[in-house]
Design a protein. Structure first.
Length: 182
C-alpha cells in the first residue's frame, strides 16, 4: 500500500487536507477506493498513515565527529523535506485547526520520536566534551523543527542554505559546553 500513501502525500500537496479526496487518492494509486477505505476508514486515518510512513526518513543519527556538523546533518534533510510540496502539505495538515485528533496526536508523537537522533548526538557530544549538561536534547529538536516550520509555513521562505546554517550555529552555541568565564 505504499502507492496509496505516496498518492495521499501528492494529493495533499496539490489540494490540502480540506480538499483531499480518497477517490482521487485511489485513482492516482491505481487501486479500488474500497481497498483504501477498508484499511483507512477516514481521510484523517489515511493522512496519519502517510505521515507515519515517513518516520524512517529522519531516523538516522548523523555522526560527523563534531556537534555542529551533526546538527547540520540532522537539520538539512528535515528542512529540505518540509520545504517540498509534500512536506509543506503534511506540516499544514498537522497544524491545521481542522486536523483530526489522530493527525495532531501523530504529529506530536513524531516530533517526540524525532528527538531520538538528537539524544544520540548529545550522548556522543557529551563524550567528546562538547555538550552542555544542562541542555535538553528534546528542546534542541523542537527548536530546530519549530524554526524550520515557522520559516516554511508562516514566512513562505526557503529554510535551507545560509538561513539553515545560521539556525544550526545558534543551536550549536546554545547546546555547546560553556567554558568558565564565557
Amino acid at each position: 500500500m505504499a502507492a496509496v500513501l505516496a498518492a495521499t502525500r501528492a494529493e495533499l500537496a496539490e489540494n490540502g487536507l480540506e480538499k483531499l479526496s480518497i477517490d482521487r487518492v485511489a485513482h492516482r494509486a491505481e487501486v479500488n477506493k474500497t481497498s483504501v477505505y477498508r484499511r483507512w476508514p477516514t481521510k484523517e486515518a489515511l493522512v496519519a498513515a502517510a505521515m507515519d510512513g515517513l518516520r524512517t526518513d529522519f531516523a538516522d543519527s548523523p555522526d560527523t565527529g563534531n556537534l555542529r556538523d551533526d546538527l547540520h546533518a540532522l537539520a538539512k534533510p528535515i528542512a529540505e523535506f518540509l520545504s517540498s510540496p509534500e512536506g509543506t502539505a503534511l506540516a499544514r495538515a498537522a497544524v491545521s485547526t481542522g486536523a483530526a485528533s489522530d493527525i495532531a496526536a501523530l504529529a506530536a508523537r513524531e516530533m517526540t520520536e524525532q528527538a531520538s537522533p538528537v539524544f544520540d548526538i548529545a550522548t556522543r557530544a557529551r563524550d567528546r566534551g562538547e555538550w552542555h549538561e544542562d541542555t535538553d536534547p528534546q528542546q534542541v529538536i523542537f527548536s530546530l523543527v519549530g524554526a524550520i516550520m515557522h520559516r516554511v509555513l508562516l514566512e513562505h521562505a526557503d529554510p535551507t542554505g545560509p538561513w539553515l546554517d545560521s539556525l544550526v550555529d545558534l543551536l550549536h552555541r546554545g547546546a555547546s559546553r560553556r567554558t568558565s568565564g564565557g
